[in-house]
Design a protein around this ligand. Structure first.
Ligand SMILES: NC(=O)c1ccc[n+]([C@@H]2O[C@H](COP(=O)([O-])OP(=O)(O)OC[C@H]3O[C@@H](n4cnc5c(N)ncnc54)[C@H](OP(=O)(O)O)[C@@H]3O)[C@@H](O)[C@H]2O)c1
Length: 337
């Protein structure tokens, strides 16, 4: 099989196209002919070699992908050749509370990821994807899609009429916009770009705050929503968390997801304590959540937003595009098919 792999280090100079032995499925495994892969902000952190000591080369990158079942082991009961499936981001988290060593089961580091023409997973490590999705759309589900689902649908589930503030227009944010709208929430989004503002409004956001024109987005939020926001999807990190707290209503929820502006935030604790805010962290989600996301997308006929798409041989260019952070929608790679 063909794969892209970090060899001897990280960075573009270490990302090599390699020929590897074809993987062989065990009795309970499925062999996937990979069709598409999708990039997430985290893959940039891996590329930069900043994902911690456990993520080491040699490593096939990317957690998100979709493949067609090419062969099944003798004890596989639920899947058959031709089924289109996504692997779960965490291969060791089926449902409920995560296992103690959750990180050990993560695709794209420390486990090999999906940027290969063939992959083997246990039957219990994959989920069927809805037929209405293209391969590129389906490839976005394991990390970007499931994270948005976990932020909105894990208890307490988003309610009709709830106001949800989503920071930024990355892959997680765009899926969250669509899921929150489908749930009947009022959706407000911040972005740094007038072009992306127009596109996220067209996707269904009720209000969009363009930070390039309105740098004090928190003041604008307080004008739009004087009673405060029910739920904030906090994707910005260090620079945005204090303002996310500022705009939440008494008893509201801050869902901690991202850190694009840095890891160390300063909090004014009385604002959290007096207004009894809940700060809830999301770590992508479990495999049953991925299956529930697939059902929700099917029921609402939602299409994840796909941005620039690259051929398998141009995979480094996909990473360059991710680094440039200029697009709209998940950057995807066509693998086969
Ligand atoms: N906890 C988890 O389970 C989990 C899962 C997935 C991702 N994440 C994290 O969530 C974050 C987003 O991931 P992603 O894959 O969706 O990213 P992405 O597709 O690469 O997009 C990143 C987005 O961040 C936004 N951004 C940049 N500066 C910002 C700021 N100051 N305030 C608000 N938004 C800002 C940008 O949108 P605009 O320019 O339009 O504002 C950009 O589109 C990353 O930190 C990632 O590591 C966490």
């Amino acid at each position: 099989m063909q794969a892209w792999r970090f060899e001897g280090g990280f960075g573009f100079e270490s990302l090599r196209r390699v020929e590897l032995p074809d993987p062989v499925p065990g009795p309970r495994d499925v062999l996937l002919s990979m069709r598409a892969a999708s990039l997430n902000y985290r893959d940039l952190v891996v590329l930069r070699g900043q994902h911690g000591r456990r993520v080491q080369p040699p490593l096939i990158p990317l957690s998100d992908g979709v493949g067609a079942v090419a062969a099944v082991g003798a004890e596989v009961t639920e899947l058959k050749p031709g089924d289109r499936v996504c692997p779960a981001f965490f291969q060791n988290w089926e449902a409920d509370a995560p296992p103690a060593d959750l990180e050990a089961g993560r695709l794209g580091g420390p486990l090999d990821g999906v940027l290969a023409t063939a992959c083997v997973f246990p039957e219990t490590g994959v989920v069927r994807v809805p037929d209405h999705l293209s391969d590129a759309e389906a490839a976005t589900l394991p990390c970007a899609g499931l994270t948005a689902w976990s932020a909105l649908m894990a208890a307490p589930q988003v309610q009709p009429g709830e106001t949800v503030l989503i920071l930024g227009t990355g892959g997680v944010a765009l899926m969250a916009v669509q899921l929150a709208r489908a749930a009947g929430a009022r959706v407000i989004v911040t972005t740094s770009s007038p072009g992306r503002a127009a596109r996220v409004a067209a996707l269904g956001a009720d209000h969009v705050i363009d930070r390039s024109a309105t740098p004090d987005w928190a003041a604008e939020m307080q004008r739009l929503c004087p009673g405060g926001v029910d739920r904030v999807l906090e994707l910005g990190g260090a620079a945005t968390l204090p303002d996310a707290i500022r705009v939440a209503r008494t008893g509201g929820q801050i869902i901690l997801i991202g850190n694009v502006t840095g890891n160390e935030a300063r909090l004014f604790l009385p604002a959290v304590l007096v207004r009894q805010l809940t700060l809830r962290a999301v770590t992508v989600g479990h495999r049953q959540g991925l299956a529930a996301l697939a059902r929700a997308l099917d029921a609402h006929r939602i299409h994840p937003v796909v941005g620039d798409t690259f051929a398998f041989e141009d995979a480094p260019q996909a990473f360059r595009a991710l680094e440039a952070q200029g697009g709209f929608g998940n950057i995807c790679i066509r693998v086969t098919g």
